[in-house]
Design a protein. Structure first.
Length: 331
């Protein structure tokens, strides 16, 4: 999730764990602990673009790092004799602020490598990385907590905020299963045979959902709104194995294949090859010239072909939001 949401969640969890002792300082400690796993973005600034993508939500979101951080915290704790809370409560706060950060990220489309160094990513794809309806209850609860010193009232407010946000998260899981069923039913009705399907929400909502479907020769893309009153349709994108063969053995290509979990197509424009990550959908509806949300262009260098992310403009973002807003209303 976005950093603002993780700060709000970290502050709320810190309040639950240590609010009685730390009072409003829980917002400071929770904000710091809720931000730590996302510092891999800073590390990525010193790496090439492809390697930065590959490490995102890797070791920084793993139980391995939690063990190191909590062990370091234990040493610091016992050196400081002015601690306001006992070691058990402090350790509990550190663990749950870190763990809930990772747990929330598991619900997004990118997932987390919580068992790093294992490559497997735990990913549920039920909520977009920014969703105001999840974040707002936490913000309101924290504002109410800040205004009162009564420990019982503070806990009541923060518990209510966490309950509403958590309920929304569970609701997203139920709606995803319903959307998945609708896609599967449409595929069966149209006689489309497929090997794999992934379903994920569009930006800022859990009403409009995207689907990626893998067939033998191509990928099918589609969307479904809970407000739709017409049949689901699918757009076909060929796998372009001939173009892909030109990149075999390229290190950046292999890294991107791994990062995309196999959901990609290679395209060509003006003699340049592009790697298009299918998981995050399209920015336009032009079948002749599709523009993917995440795309990498291979450019020639002295050391061979290197992948560089295709930049996106503010106009692209506005166009995507307008497209989603229009599509939310149903077809």
């Amino acid at each position: 999730m976005d950093s603002f949401t993780q700060i709000a969640l970290g502050s709320a969890v810190a309040e639950i764990c240590a609010g009685k002792k730390l009072k409003n300082k829980t917002i400071l400690y929770g904000s710091i602990l809720g931000t730590i796993p996302d510092l891999d973005v800073v590390v990525g600034l010193f790496l090439d673009p492809v390697s930065a993508v590959l490490i995102h939500r890797g070791i920084s979101h793993s139980l391995f790092l939690f063990f190191i951080l909590i062990s370091s915290f234990r040493l610091d704790y016992f050196k400081n004799r002015k601690n306001r809370i006992n070691f058990l409560h402090a350790s509990n706060m550190v663990f749950w602020c870190l763990f809930t950060h990772v747990l929330l990220d598991m619900f997004t489309s990118w997932g987390t490598q919580i068992l790093w160094p294992l490559d497997y990513r735990f990913v549920l794809k039920t909520i977009f990385v920014v969703d105001p309806l999840y974040t707002i209850p936490l913000i309101i609860a924290l504002i109410m907590v800040w205004k009162t010193k009564d420990a019982i009232v503070r806990k009541k407010h923060i518990t209510k905020g966490l309950f509403i946000s958590s309920f929304y998260l569970l609701l997203s899981c139920s709606i995803k299963l319903y959307a998945l069923h609708q896609f599967e039913k449409a595929l069966d009705k149209q006689g489309i045979h497929y090997s794999e399907i992934i379903v994920k929400p569009t930006a800022f909502n859990i009403i409009l959902w995207n689907a990626n479907i893998a067939t033998t020769a191509s990928y099918l893309l589609s969307d479904y709104s809970l407000l739709d009153n017409q049949a689901i349709t699918f757009t076909n994108h060929k796998k372009n194995k001939a173009l892909e063969s030109q990149l075999n053995g390229n290190s950046d290509f292999e890294k991107l294949k791994k990062a995309s979990e196999g959901w990609y197509i290679i395209s060509q424009k003006n003699k340049s090859l592009y790697f298009n990550d299918l998981r995050f959908g399209l920015l336009n509806d032009n079948p002749e010239n599709p523009q993917f949300a995440f795309s990498y262009k291979f450019i020639a260098t002295e050391s061979g072909l290197k992948a560089v992310e295709v930049p996106k403009s503010k106009r692209d973002g506005k166009r995507l939001l307008l497209k989603i807003a229009k599509r939310l209303k149903g077809n």
